[in-house]
Design a protein around this ligand. Structure first.
Ligand SMILES: *Cc1c(COP(=O)(O)O)cnc(C)c1O
Length: 441
């Protein structure tokens, strides 16, 4: 069965009677007029459809929990939706912990992970009731044990390991290969366990955590990842008599940004994961562990689109045509960060013939601020509403105030209604942290 991550557009996308694109029953041109641009638009039905697909796809393996990787798109409203859908949260900073807590999220369904958590963040995690901490390195083991001791607490931990699996994705979003900044190398696991057993009595090791990368299109890497982790669990059981009952497999399922992308469905990935769990538990004679998966991109990526207004344009004699829009790398860093590709439409002219090659340029003072290079669209006119698809993940969450451009608003659309979930930043908010020292006054 096909799932929402296999389409470029949100599941409710249509052309309406005004001849404009509508999503969630809302006309994109009207949204652009009402809220201004750039604007992030999130289709609630698509988010809920994909969370339901995850739950449905894994229902034959009841010992599993889904945690949304909050870094893909973190706001208080998304915490509410994830709570309603029965997802936990994978958090990776103090700011994400604070946001979840402020939204009233059930913190007993959260994990804290990251390769350089600070003293303050670990303290915040413990005082906020984060359920489990994924420990990344030796420095953190010692730090966390100290903090746990001074709080008189025992902290549940996973060890983040690098399983040595290479997936074919962009170098910057590969994480599970051996030479990675994340996690313990498999040759360091014993030293970590020795320390936990002999010195760190406030740490309770419950399992292993790995995450092999992002925007993954292959099933085999998940199959293999589970093999490596289960083999390690068996080895630890035989050597130490410790039975690790929890395994966190990370996230990474890919989505479709352009027609060239062929992501697999949530059902296919689930089937592979379940098969690998069954086969490898038999092979290594271990009890099937409790599994966590942490999808981020595939949960919110397809649900979100960004609307821009077309402004100036330039045709280089015998060269490219550049069409500038009112946003760019400040609201979507991915094209300049890793040459990410996108599909776009003109929301007020979706049926026009796509016969014009154009490069959509951002408004920032950087030559690299290009949102889409040489894409085919109908001829663009000033004032057109341009819709970029699949911007729901790592768009807002990587946004910046570069050039002191304000962060856009985000709206959640559903059944013809739109609600603000992030207010557009104001100039006052932009300067509220600025301080002029007395001696400069
Ligand atoms: C980023 C990350 C995820 C989510 O990855 P996606 O590709 O967005 O699904 C999950 N787990 C960990 C540990 C991560 O760092």
């Amino acid at each position: 069965m096909k799932t929402a991550n296999q389409d470029i557009k949100p599941i409710t996308t249509k052309i309406n009677k005004n001849g404009n694109i509508e999503i969630g029953g809302c006309d994109l041109v009207e949204l652009a007029n009402q809220y201004g641009t750039p604007l992030y638009v999130y289709d609630e039905a698509t988010i809920r459809a994909i969370t339901k697909s995850y739950k449905d796809a894994f229902k034959t393996y009841p010992k599993i929990s889904m945690m949304f990787a909050a870094k893909a798109f973190m706001t208080k409203a998304i915490c509410k939706i994830m709570d309603e859908e029965g997802f936990g949260l994978d958090l990776c900073s103090g700011g994400e912990i604070f946001t979840a807590k402020s939204a009233g999220f059930d913190m007993s369904k959260t994990l804290f992970n990251g390769n350089n958590k600070s003293f303050d963040e670990l303290n915040l995690a413990i005082s906020s009731g984060v359920k489990t901490i994924s420990v990344d390195n030796f420095f953190e083991l010692a730090l966390l044990n100290d903090i746990a001791q001074s709080n008189n607490k025992t902290v549940r931990i996973l060890l983040r390991i690098t399983p040595g699996i290479e997936c074919h994705t962009h170098e910057y979003i590969q994480t599970g290969h051996l030479d990675s900044k994340f996690g313990f190398d498999l040759t360091q696991v014993d030293e970590a366990i020795d320390l936990i057993q002999e010195e760190y009595s406030n740490l309770n090791l419950v399992g292993l955590h790995a995450h092999i990368g992002s925007q993954i299109f292959e099933k085999q890497v998940y199959y293999d990842e589970i093999g490596v982790i289960f083999k390690e669990i068996k080895r630890i059981k035989d050597k130490y008599g410790i039975i690790l009952k929890e395994v966190n497999l990370g996230g990474g399922l890919g989505i479709k940004y352009t027609e060239d992308d062929k992501p697999i469905s949530v059902y296919e990935i689930a089937q592979t994961i379940i098969e690998s769990i069954e086969n490898h538990s038999k092979e290594y004679d271990i009890e099937e562990p409790y599994i966590f998966i942490e999808p981020g991109r595939s949960v919110v990526g397809t649900a979100g689109v960004t609307l821009y207004t077309a402004g100036s344009s330039k045709t280089v004699p015998n060269g490219r045509t550049y069409q500038a829009v009112d946003g760019g790398m400040s609201d979507n860093a991915r094209p300049s960060l890793y040459q990410a590709k996108y599909t776009a439409d003109i929301a007020n002219n979706p049926n026009g013939e796509k016969d014009t090659k154009v490069t959509i340029a951002g408004r920032h003072c950087e030559s690299g601020d290009i949102l889409a290079k040489d894409i085919m669209l109908p001829e663009i006119e000033e004032g057109d509403t341009i819709c970029f698809y699949t911007t729901g993940a790592y768009g807002y969450s990587m946004s910046s105030n570069y050039n002191r451009v304000l962060k856009p608003a985000a709206v959640l659309v559903n059944n013809g209604k739109s609600d603000i979930i992030i207010n557009r930043q104001t100039y006052e908010q932009l300067i509220q942290s600025d301080v002029i020292p007395d001696r400069l006054n």
